[in-house]
Design a binder for this molecule. Structure first.
Ligand SMILES: NC(=O)c1ccc[n+]([C@@H]2O[C@H](COP(=O)([O-])OP(=O)(O)OC[C@H]3O[C@@H](n4cnc5c(N)ncnc54)[C@H](O)[C@@H]3O)[C@@H](O)[C@H]2O)c1
Length: 250
């Protein structure tokens, strides 16, 4: 079988490690040319080199700070200048700054909203200009189960992730006529650096809510993103794909 994403150009924000790294790897393994974009420019370069060596695909690294709208514009414009186009945008970069609301400083609110949500606005706006012109494209943003069901201590994070879901549904309606699909993926608790910091008690309590009885692996999220980016998902837009071991069912 031919590689599913041959001749496609993809940008993955926060691609240096964790889920973003696995997404970059999965897209490259299907023949896409991938831009690994990350605040950690050195990490992005190392990841790009490793994925290129493992898959034989062209993989570029670009430093960028998605909390800065100018930096998002530059990422997308530089991608098109260097690689000729952009077909797939994966908005993956995200952070947590967990606190109960009573103790949440305005800076914790602003930073999480900027990095997790304003980035999705900025990168999607910049990419959709090119995608609408070429009348094809895929925008896939990483939300979270927490954006669907909420979580104490994560008002900022869950607001940003719920925001991604509303944003994606609205943009799907705006861009449908241009052949561009817009979807969100909502992972549950996935084994990465982001969840390694949780205490054993918190993890145990979480796992009681997961019918499959384990944390998810980043590769399992990457597979869902690959599906939405692939020719198998041509009639899917405005959807939220939950990858959560059954933790929340809609
Ligand atoms: N791990 C989970 O359980 C889980 C669950 C649901 C959703 N998610 C979401 O999946 C995405 C990836 O999470 P992860 O667990 O792989 O996290 P991670 O912390 O392992 O990786 C995040 C990456 O984003 C980069 N990044 C952070 N701020 C950035 C910025 N301003 N500009 C550019 N890059 C930046 C980091 O350098 C890092 O490489 C996030 O959006 C996260 O909210 C994760």
């Amino acid at each position: 079988m031919d590689a599913m994403l041959k001749d496609q150009v993809a940008v993955v924000t926060g691609g240096a490690r964790g889920i973003g790294r696995c997404i970059s790897q999965a897209l490259a393994a299907q023949g896409a040319t991938v831009v690994v974009a990350d605040l950690n420019a050195e990490g992005a370069q190392a990841t790009a080199n490793e994925i290129a060596a493992a898959t034989g695909a062209r993989v570029e690294a670009m430093g960028c700070d998605v909390s800065n709208v100018e930096s998002c514009n530059k990422l997308i414009d530089d991608t098109v200048a260097k690689l000729g186009k952009i077909d797939i945008l994966v908005n993956n970069a995200g952070i947590t700054r967990d606190k109960l609301l009573a103790r949440m400083a305005p800076e914790d609110w602003d930073l999480v909203l900027k990095i997790n949500l304003t980035s999705v606005y900025a990168c999607s706006k910049a990419a959709s200009r090119y995608m609408a012109k070429q009348r094809s494209g895929r925008i896939i943003s990483i939300a979270s189960v927490v954006g669907v069901v909420g979580n104490a201590g994560q008002c900022n994070y869950s607001a940003s992730k719920a925001g991604i879901i509303g944003f994606s549904k609205s943009l799907a309606r705006e861009l449908g006529g241009r052949g561009v699909t817009v979807n969100a993926v909502a992972p549950g608790f996935i084994q990465t650096a982001m969840t390694d910091v949780l205490s054993a008690e918190v993890k145990e309590a979480l796992l009681k809510q997961v019918p499959l009885g384990r944390l998810g692996q980043p590769e399992e999220v990457a597979d869902a993103v690959l599906f939405l980016a692939s020719p198998m998902a041509t009639y899917i837009t405005g959807q939220v794909l939950n990858i959560n071991g059954g933790m929340a069912m809609q």
